[in-house]
Design a binder for this molecule. Structure first.
Ligand code: S3P
Length: 183
């Protein structure tokens, strides 16, 4: 049996990784439904744990506190199987997170060109890193951050090129196909 078929039949988690605005949550929900798995979103789990929005957590406690809680959530998620998991864009930057992720499942990078990505996130008030007047990032810094993270994202088992004209449903189908084709 091909590796990919084994993965789909196994209970290994499928982690969606990529930059803010890549569509991890939207695609993840659809993918989970198609594979009859439960869906987790680490940002939502952080918010639930602290009963606060990501924006409030950043504003009140700062990014490093958010990263600590995010790491706790990743650890907890890695102990549960049979899930599709959308990871916050920065989660893969911590070595311990990456270890937990790769031990408990496989990774899919939703890769976008920076030019398509920026309009998807600029002005978004729910993302503190890019929130106007709050977030430290403006366009060229967003690009810098993506460049910094790209090599980490590219360690994914599957890299899926995304474009605006691809419906999330279609991206989910492509992910399933790419997993099936893994050898
Ligand atoms: C972040 C991405 C966000 C969220 C937080 C920080 C990042 O998640 O975890 O605002 O560092 O890229 P999304 O990738 O789901 O937007």
């Amino acid at each position: 049996m091909k590796v990919g078929k084994k993965i789909l039949n196994s209970k290994q988690n499928i982690y969606l990784i990529g930059f803010m605005g890549a569509g991890k949550s939207t695609v993840g929900k659809i993918l989970a439904k198609k594979l009859r798995r439960k869906f987790f979103d680490t940002d939502a789990l952080v918010e639930k744990k602290l009963n606060k929005s990501i924006t409030n957590i950043f504003q009140e406690k700062g990014e490093s506190y958010f990263r600590e809680i995010e790491a706790e959530i990743v650890k907890e998620v890695a102990l549960i199987d049979n899930r599709v998991v959308a990871l916050g864009g920065g989660a893969i930057m911590r070595r311990e997170n990456w270890e937990g992720i790769t031990k408990s499942g496989m990774t899919v990078y939703l890769k976008w060109d920076i030019t398509s990505l920026i309009p998807r996130i600029v002005g978004d008030t729910s993302r503190p890193l890019v929130k106007e007047g709050v977030g430290p990032l403006v366009n060229n810094e967003i690009e810098k951050l993506l460049q910094e993270r790209e090599p980490f994202y590219e360690n994914a088992d599957i890299i899926l090129r995304c474009k605006n004209d691809l419906e999330p449903e279609h991206i989910a189908d492509q992910i399933i196909q790419s997993i099936q084709e893994l050898r």
